[in-house]
Design a protein around this ligand. Structure first.
Ligand code: NDP
Ligand code: 2IT
Length: 446
């Protein structure tokens, strides 16, 4: 089996040189899915996983814009249209200086499995640009978003490809891009998700990824008769996903001890309560400042410059910042300090070695493609509401989100049950694969 997997990875690797994040994502899937394919005649010999590693289409384009000092700047935009077997391409846009083909292809590949897990009819895609939004004025951001959409608009559409937010792309950026799309097409359609409530957005979409990752953790904890009540949680990140993970954890009666950004993390031993979280939301979403300002406001907390929060003792860890932010040493530290539940809000935040440690020590570990699927799931619900030209209430969307997260958990249990417990990684990969593979088989070699 090892030989088959290695040969497969070697072939994919030859075609995708210098793409370490993409190969990491493919390898994680291959380790669990290839043994399943080999033991199931309907999938064996059809080269399905190889076909799934090849994007249906990769779009790369120039994004020129003019900064406030009048200088002409240029960035590179991308859209990876990975797989449309079960629905139109769907997935976020990331604006971050680190964006490259490898990162977007890993994200698009993960998205295919994640979207299949939501039970909604969405294929997988991802896009973005190597643009750093930090320190840019609102006017610069608008010009960048408009230039980005001036090319992207011809490739997307409500039945073709429906982008949304990701790192560096939130409500403000979606607004500017939607405005430009509408102007270019002279059409008001649900071409993007994460829209404002008064112009086609869904209630609970901003909260959905963070809430969903906590609901998934709740489902995992229940398998051991546990709950969030009275527990200690450590969160990384302080953006969209981290903020709403924190909000839900506080509501469920647990203590949130940490949050972070790329400058370091803050540790508040008394816990980040609702009032303190409101301060963080204002700091990050409105003032757009660094996390160390928290300790000026709340001096009993400490700021650890350039450090990650994994050394703080906790029951539950939620990495909600970025890929490969939690390595093998971090995993061992978490486990030694008593952590037994890890629910990923970010995409691929744990390295393969960290995941191995979680498995070896029987940690309840959920990979992002299962636990953070609530975001894209509510994007799917936003699309449904746009098609209906109707809005569901906050409670209706939240109920549907909870239901979807439960279904994803069940799918992981179904395909991931092992003697030692539930292997959520294996469960998520196989459940996602089966849905997409069945559709691909039915549609022929296309
Ligand atoms: P935001 O841009 O709102 O927040 C990102 C947070 O992560 C910030 O605190 C940011 O700090 C930190 N961060 C980003 N890059 C790095 C880095 N290289 N090193 C350290 N910290 C970093 O993004 P989101 O909250 O939307 O996304 C967070 C994660 O969740 C990503 O992995 C994303 O792919 C994933 N995700 C998002 C979904 C969504 O609906 N938004 C859905 C599913 C997954 P700083 O501000 O200093 O850069
Ligand atoms: O990684 C993700 O699932 C997202 N960034 C959300 C995608 C979406 O289309 O809502």
């Amino acid at each position: 089996m090892e030989k088959i997997i290695n040969n497969f990875l070697q072939e994919v690797g030859q075609r995708n040189t210098n793409e370490p994040e993409f190969m990491q994502a493919v390898s994680e899937v291959a380790q669990t899915v290839i043994p399943y394919i080999v033991s199931n005649d309907i999938y064996h010999g059809k080269n399905i996983l190889m076909r799934m590693t090849e994007p249906e289409r990769v779009i790369m384009f120039r994004v020129p814009w003019i900064d406030d000092s009048g200088e002409i700047r240029v960035n590179r935009g991308h859209r990876i249209e990975m797989n449309s077997a079960i629905g139109p391409y769907k997935g976020g846009l990331r604006f971050h200086e680190s964006v490259n083909l490898s990162i977007l292809k890993f994200l698009a590949f993960e998205q295919v499995f994640k979207n299949a897990l939501t039970t909604l009819p969405m294929g997988g895609g991802k896009g973005g640009a190597d643009f750093n939004p930090k320190g840019k004025s609102d006017a610069e951001l608008m010009r960048f978003c408009q230039s980005f959409m001036t090319e992207l608009f011809r490739h997307i559409g409500p039945n073709r490809d429906i982008p949304a937010g990701d790192i560096g792309v939130g409500g403000r950026e979606i607004g500017y891009m939607f405005g430009q799309y509408k102007r270019l097409k002279n059409e008001f359609t649900g071409v993007l998700t994460g829209k404002g409530i008064s112009w086609g957005g869904s209630l609970i979409r901003p909260e959905a990824t963070g809430y969903g990752a906590v609901y998934f953790a709740q489902n995992m904890l229940e398998t051991r008769g546990a709950s969030f009540e009275g527990k200690k949680a450590v969160i990384s990140g302080s953006g969209n996903v981290a903020q709403y993970a924190a909000e839900k954890i506080i509501q469920l009666g647990a203590k949130v001890l940490t949050m972070s950004d790329s400058s370091g993390f803050i540790h508040d031993p008394e816990g980040i309560n609702e009032e303190k979280l409101a301060f963080i939301m204002q700091l990050k979403n409105v003032n757009r400042q660094r996390i160390d300002k928290y300790v000026v406001q709340y001096p009993k907390a400490s700021f650890y410059k350039g450090k990650k929060p994994w050394s703080v003792s906790c029951d539950i860890a939620m990495p909600c910042a970025t890929q490969n932010e939690l390595d093998s040493v971090d995993a061992k530290t978490l486990i030694t300090n008593g952590c037994y539940c890890v629910s990923e809000g970010a995409n691929m935040p744990s390295t393969p070695e960290a995941i191995l440690n979680f498995h070896n020590y029987n940690v309840l570990y959920a990979p992002g493609k299962a636990s953070n699927a609530g975001g894209v799931a509510v994007s799917g619900l936003e699309m449904a509401q746009n098609s209906l030209r109707y809005n569901w209430t906050r409670d209706e969307v939240d109920q549907r989100l909870q239901h979807i997260m439960k279904d994803i958990h069940q799918a992981c249990v179904f395909y991931g049950k092992e003697k030692e417990g539930i292997n959520y990684e294996k469960g998520a990969n196989i459940a996602g694969f089966v849905k997409v593979a069945d559709a691909m088989l039915a549609q022929g070699v296309v």
